[in-house]
Design a protein around this ligand. Structure first.
Ligand code: CUA
Length: 365
């Protein structure tokens, strides 16, 4: 009897210590949740999608905290009220109390129902048809970059998706190789791009969808959220959300891209580019480069990053990337100047040729 009391007193002290430590540490842990994080999941900018999920998240968190408070309250009360004392007999024990059993079964069931009703509502709301005015963007995940096609506009780009603020967007997602997952946390939840799932009678793999409206202009970063090979962690993307007029300007620029002035270094780079193996994989609107294996490079100079969100888009980084892309992205199919890749031989560009090609690509704005 005494041994049992001794052990429970020590256990009780340890549990109380644990609760005290948790209570002290909680503000420090929660302080880490604030700040300016570009891929925050708790700061959505899509009212119809991200915010719906956010309010659900908040609801579940509140319920969890209520349960935590009740459990810790009962535990704390029990530890203090029934703690071992030399002069106190061991308290009576309760076994198989029907009322308690029914109580906590019903209580849990009620909480599950209260969470599941808004969950199902949110599922249906976020799966609603996008409507005829929605902007359709086909999102194709590839190892390890993103292709974005705007079929109605006749525009194709890579790694940086431009979207108009305030207009509903209908993303149609599929994969060009293995499973990827599209995730821009501030726009809302993630969605898989799965090449293996097929629907009966469908010509190709199932196309998954994401539908939302961006409320605030800004640049929102995201990344692939499904392991897809050695450079999965280097498969980033950016969403550039802008007002309708700016978006239309971007579309017009993509449809009628500028060419470099004749005789300039960029113009020389254009000649070199169009004679090289680059065009086996890359396309540039308005030129004879129509490769469809690698990222479309139309208006590459206007992008903020290169290599799927990997490097800032500067001439130095662009040159380093073209010289040896595998240095930055292991497993990349693009060949470098001296090293082949993806079954292609090295490009063999001289330093002068490389400089001219960089000047050309940077001029595509
Ligand atoms: Cu694509 Cu991970």
């Amino acid at each position: 009897m005494r041994r049992v009391g001794h052990i429970s007193a020590r256990l009780g002290r340890r549990l109380l210590n644990l609760i005290t430590i948790c209570a002290i540490a909680l503000p420090a842990v929660l302080a880490g949740c604030g700040g300016d994080y570009p891929q925050s999941t708790i700061d959505p900018v899509t009212g119809d999608f991200g915010s719906s999920i956010q309010s659900l998240y908040r609801l579940v968190t509140i319920w969890t905290l209520v349960i935590l408070a009740v459990v810790w309250g009962v535990l704390g009360y029990t530890l203090i009220r029934f703690r071992a004392r030399p002069d106190r007999p061991e308290p009576t024990k309760t076994r198989g109390h029907l009322g308690l059993e029914i109580g906590w079964t019903l209580g849990a069931a009620v909480i599950v129902v209260l969470i599941s009703i808004p969950t199902v509502q949110t599922v249906f709301r976020t799966q609603a048809a996008p409507g005829p005015d929605a902007l359709v963007v086909e999102v194709i995940g590839r190892q390890w970059w993103w292709e974005f096609r705007y079929p109605a506009e006749g525009v194709v780009t890579a790694n940086e998706m431009h979207l108009p603020v305030g207009r509903r967007v209908d993303l149609q997602l599929r994969s060009g190789d293995v499973i990827h997952s599209f995730w821009v946390p501030r726009l809302g939840g993630k969605r898989d791009l799965n090449p293996w799932v097929r629907e009966p009678d469908a010509p190709g793999p199932k196309v998954n969808r994401l539908t939302f409206t961006v409320d605030e202009p800004g640049i929102y970063s995201g990344q692939c959220a499904e392991f897809c090979g050695p450079s999965h962690g280097l498969m980033g993307l950016r969403v550039i959300a802008e007002d309708e007029a700016s978006f239309q300007d971007w579309v017009s620029g993509m449809q009628a891209p500028v060419s470099p002035d004749s005789g300039s270094l960029a113009d020389q780079g254009r000649e070199i580019f169009l004679r090289s193996t680059c065009i086996a994989c890359h396309a540039i609107a308005g030129t004879s480069a129509q490769g469809a294996i690698g990222p479309n490079l139309t208006r590459l100079g206007a992008r903020t990053t290169i290599g799927a969100g990997l490097l800032e888009n500067t001439p130095e980084n662009l040159a380093a990337w073209i010289r040896d892309p595998a240095r930055f992205k292991p497993g990349v199919k693009m060949p470098g100047v001296a090293v082949g890749g993806g079954g292609l031989p090295p490009t063999g560009l001289t330093d002068e040729q490389l400089e001219a090609v960089v000047a050309y690509l940077a001029s595509l704005r």
